[in-house]
Design a protein around this ligand. Structure first.
Ligand code: GLC
Ligand code: CA
Length: 549
């Protein structure tokens, strides 16, 4: 069954209006497909392996699309699959217009796009404009060209400080730990210039003031859109424009995998001109969506990315950053809605991704973590806008405590073994069977080891169990797409006190109740259509949520 092909129609409240313009109501455009879509994020290394090398790939994903169709998602976002030495598992791109053989090459993505579309699932890809791989031909030409060469102008090459130029050009630190500068050995065999990499040394930052950079990025966008993709997730979308002169940062709070709003290396005002240029290209493909990874917390500055001539959607990480606390959840939702309202944009929601630990573990792990994760999924799915589900979230997977020797995230080495990094939330998906690799691969030696306890969490087991997390997600997605009570772009708070959160969708009338307090909670009036845990004496137990119509 592919009911999601028959999405309800309807208008978005932001396109309506009560002012003089509302006389033109009949000319309102229908909502774009992404405005209430459920996106499913596929971390391709970890989804399904088709050729037995222990690493997931695109044919593996294509073979498992039935799972996503049954789950009822509208679109997938695939993390980078383009040609890469995989220093940052694909976020170090050596050729943005070809698929890495590890993932199956171009033919495999063509098969994936066709098969996904046949099932009514859209395909969005990751693009990485901020940097390339150090193996990219441009960077190789820059190394070979030497100081002052035209080829170095596409990146940030600078002489160092100190008497011998042996000190980095400024005090910037890499997001992955250590200096953001690496010194190169020049073609004459002597060490001299340094180049900038906000992430790994294998990810040199591009100089977006150089005209080749946008021209090439435009080619990449058009290349994939002509191949039938439905849009892009834009990596580090707030990072491409650097402050002129690359001045030292003063008193900025940074840390491994962390930066704050006052960090001048990100969110420079001139980044918006780049987004406007990107939008003029994407507007040639009216179905396509752009979703920016924008790590900016200030509402006003974040919303600037969603002006009508910039990005369609911006990731909103607020729910991925807070505890299971009613006050924090209320404020995160309010703030998120207030931020998107500044530009009449579409809200987005995400509980976790490949960079952020899994919510089951963040909420305390074990039974309680899982209960809370299910409850929060209901809160997220009850909200207006687009939703992002990270692969494995629908199975209730927790983070995995991996031994030191298997860690692969560059942050582990670069932080001097103080930050374990993101591998914990990237462990392959368990599909079936009682022992690793649980149908993920035919090779027991998967790229990250899979825990034996996941025997209880396989897709196959959960499919057969009506009370499983997977069955719960399927039901929730089914209700969300089928019922008109989920319509409308605004919510109204009915209660937000003493650990309780109750809100109503103004348009359709759905009521979502969350009990994050200590005592069982009486349900608000209405017909219960789903709860994340069984009611006890007609009351909603703690750490649970319910939907009523
Ligand atoms: C983004 C990606 C992250 C990657 C980084 C550098 O934050 O989500 O996984 O390491 O960019 O490309
Ligand atoms: Ca493989």
């Amino acid at each position: 069954m592919s009911g999601h092909k028959m999405k309800r129609g309807g208008m978005n409240s932001r396109q309506g209006g009560t002012g003089p313009g509302s006389a033109r109501a009949s000319a309102r455009r229908p909502e774009p497909w992404w405005s209430s879509a459920v996106f499913y994020q596929v971390y391709p290394r970890s989804f399904a392996d088709s050729n037995g090398d222990g690493i997931g790939d695109l044919d593996g994903l294509t073979a498992r699309l039935e799972h996503l169709e049954q789950l009822g998602v509208d679109a997938i976002w695939i993390n980078p699959v383009t040609v890469s030495p995989m220093a940052d598992h694909g976020y170090d791109v050596a050729d943005p217009r070809d698929v890495d053989p590890l993932f199956g090459g171009m033919a495999a993505i063509e098969r994936l796009i066709a098969a996904a579309h046949q099932r009514g699932i859209k395909v969005t890809m990751d693009v990485v404009p901020n940097h390339t791989s150090s193996a990219h031909p441009w960077f190789q030409a820059a190394l070979a060209g030497g100081p002052g060469s035209a080829a170095r102008g596409r990146y940030f090459f600078r002489d160092g400080g100190g008497p011998d130029g042996a000190l980095p050009p400024n005090n910037w630190e890499s997001v992955f730990g250590g200096s953001a500068w690496t010194r190169v050995v020049e073609p004459d065999g002597t060490p001299r210039q340094w180049y900038l990499h906000l992430f790994d040394p294998e990810q040199p930052d591009l100089n977006w003031d150089h005209p080749d950079v946008f021209d090439d990025f435009e080619k990449t966008l058009r290349f994939w859109l002509e191949h039938g993709v439905d849009g892009f997730r834009i990596d580090v979308a707030h990072g491409m424009a650097k402050p002129p002169g690359l001045p030292d940062t003063q008193g900025v709070k940074t840390g491994v995998l962390r930066h704050s709003d006052d960090d001048p290396r990100f969110n420079h005002p001139s980044v918006h001109a780049i987004h406007r240029d990107i939008r003029t290209v994407v507007d040639d493909y009216p179905w396509a969506v752009t979703i920016g990874e924008v790590w900016v917390t200030d509402n006003v500055r974040w919303a600037e990315y969603l002006r009508p001539d910039e990005l369609h959607l911006g990731f909103n990480f607020r729910l991925s950053k807070i505890d299971f606390d009613a006050g924090e959840i209320h404020d995160a939702i309010q703030n998120s809605l207030a931020a998107t309202a500044l530009e009449s944009a579409t809200p987005t929601w995400t509980l976790s991704n490949h960079d952020v630990g899994r919510e089951v573990s963040r909420y305390g792990g074990g039974e309680i973590g899982l209960r809370r994760a299910r409850a929060m999924a209901m809160v997220m799915l009850a909200l207006p806008g687009a939703v992002f589900i990270y692969n494995g979230e629908e199975l209730g997977l927790p983070d995995v405590q991996l031994p030191d020797e298997v860690l692969q995230d560059p942050t582990w080495e670069r932080s001097g073994h103080t930050e374990r990094g993101r591998d914990k939330c990237r462990v392959p998906i368990p599909w079936s069977g009682d022992t690793p690799p649980f149908g993920f691969s035919t090779c027991a030696d998967t790229w990250l080891p899979m825990p034996q306890e996941w025997a209880a969490l396989t897709v196959k087991k959960q499919r057969a169990d009506p009370d499983s997390t997977l069955s719960f997600f399927r039901r929730a997605l089914e209700l969300r797409r089928a019922r008109s009570e989920f319509d409308g772009g605004e919510i109204e708070w009915l209660d937000a006190s003493r650990g309780r959160l109750i809100f109503r969708r103004r348009g359709g009338g759905l009521v979502c109740a969350l009990n994050a307090g200590r005592r069982p909670m009486a349900l608000p009036p209405g017909e219960l259509i789903l709860s994340s845990a069984p009611l006890v004496n007609d009351k909603l137990p703690r750490d649970a949520a319910a939907w009523l119509v």
